[in-house]
Design a protein. Structure first.
Ligand code: UD1
Ligand code: UDP
Length: 358
């Protein structure tokens, strides 16, 4: 019984925090289950500290592996847990393997599933996340969408409209709720960073899994560093490849360990521009009004382009696009944030969940 939030990877924690908090405010019976997909302190525990998330009631400690090995281990662990506790509702977040595994296991046990951040589509099945998103949405009894086009995708895939709720973006609840805690000046002083810099973060398999591609990306990042300092907290996925490619050898490239949430958003807030392939960072820069260059051929978050500061760039476009952004020639759209990205999404989700589980 009760609501079980299944989280496992860095972006999950940022999305779950406002939902857990809104349900706590309503006295709901809920537990937080950590799958252990991410486990380093800097990829996991720091988010619980920064966001005031309760220590997980359960940690499955699943860890890393190939897609099949990791998903299988997640499913075995989750099945044991759900069989033991018979949740009244399982809430899953985003598009990581923990999301897919929990939806599959819950659906087969007849436990209702709610998917937070449903309906996003890149229409690129080469992205593991796209597969996770499609399957999870088909299995979900409740689909919480962050943007109108996501509602359209769900309708086009035959998801009944009474399962779909447009609620806005809980990741932006977390951002707005912590705005006065993102102190770029303090971060600069603490990490000895320059006044002006470009922040970079790259971890998509399509960018970082092929060492030859990482060598090319390193050349591009060095070209940017010839213009201005580059600060890059390195995701563990690309770390070895970027080290081998000599990314840190440029005097104006500052490589960091993955940052905690408050530090990372402070870094973003203080940046002249951001280079990324992250999903969440496209949304956060949209609200912060920081130019965002997304090094991908597509995005499941097109609203960050139409309403925000985001643009898709190829490796070849990166330097010219960045020059424009640094010259202030990129359209500033501060304030033009997507509808319902207003800090109240967690409350909207909690309202639907409490009605459903009553
Ligand atoms: C996962 C998600 C991705 C999300 C990202 C957020 C899937 C398929 N991918 O990708 O959608 O954008 O998280 O950051 O679920 N590792 C560590 N320490 C950790 C965790 C991972 O060193 O705490 C290393 C391991 O070598 C591991 C690799 O990173 O093999 C990848 O981790 P994994 O969770 O499988 O995928 P991510 O690339 O992190
Ligand atoms: N983030 C962080 N530290 C970092 C990089 C990212 O706290 O070093 C935060 C970022 O602000 C956002 C979330 O992690 O809230 C995005 O996660 P990530 O980029 O790993 O995954 P994606 O959104 O691409 O799935």
């Amino acid at each position: 019984t009760g609501i079980v939030h299944v989280v496992g990877a860095r972006p999950n924690f940022v999305k779950a925090a406002p939902v857990v908090s809104a349900l706590r405010g309503r006295g709901a019976h809920q537990t937080v289950l950590h799958t252990g997909q991410h486990y380093d302190d800097r990829m996991s525990a720091v988010f619980f500290r920064d966001l005031g998330l309760p220590t997980p009631d359960v940690d499955l400690g699943v860890g890393s592996g190939s897609h099949a090995a990791q998903t299988a281990a997640l499913m075995v662990g989750l099945e044991k847990e759900f069989t033991r506790t018979t949740p009244g509702m399982v809430v899953v977040y985003g598009d990581v393997n923990s999301t897919l595994a929990a939806a599959l296991v819950a659906a087969k046990l007849g436990v209702p599933v709610a998917h937070v951040e449903a309906g996003l589509r890149s229409f690129d099945n080469a992205m593991p996340e796209e597969v996770n998103r499609r399957v999870t949405d088909q299995l979900s009894d409740l689909c919480f969408a962050t943007s109108p086009e996501a509602v359209g995708h769900l309708a086009a895939e035959g998801v009944s409209p009474n399962r779909v709720h447009l609620v806005g973006n809980p990741m932006i609840d977390t951002l707005l709720g912590n705005l006065d805690r993102f102190d770029a000046d303090a971060l600069r002083a603490r990490l000895d960073l320059p006044e002006r810099y470009v922040a970079a973060t790259l971890h998509r398999p399509a960018n970082v899994d092929d060492p030859a591609n990482v060598v090319r990306l390193t050349e591009r990042l060095h070209e940017i560093a010839d213009l201005t300092d580059v600060v890059m907290p390195v995701h563990p996925r690309g770390k070895a490849a970027f080290d081998r490619a000599g990314l840190g050898d440029h005097p104006r490239v500052h490589l960091l360990e993955p940052l905690g949430y408050l530090d990372f958003v402070a870094l973003t807030r203080g940046a002249a521009a951001v280079v990324t392939d992250s999903g969440g960072v496209q949304e956060e820069t949209t609200v912060l009004g920081v130019p965002c260059l997304t090094l991908r051929p597509n995005t499941e978050r097109p609203i960050t382009i139409t309403h925000g500061t985001n643009q898709l760039v190829t490796e070849a476009d990166l330097l010219p696009a960045l020059r424009k952004a640094l010259d202030g020639r990129t359209a500033e759209r501060i304030g033009d944030v997507p509808p319902l990205w207003d800090g109240r999404s967690g409350e909207r989700i909690a309202t639907v969940l409490t009605q459903w589980t009553r």
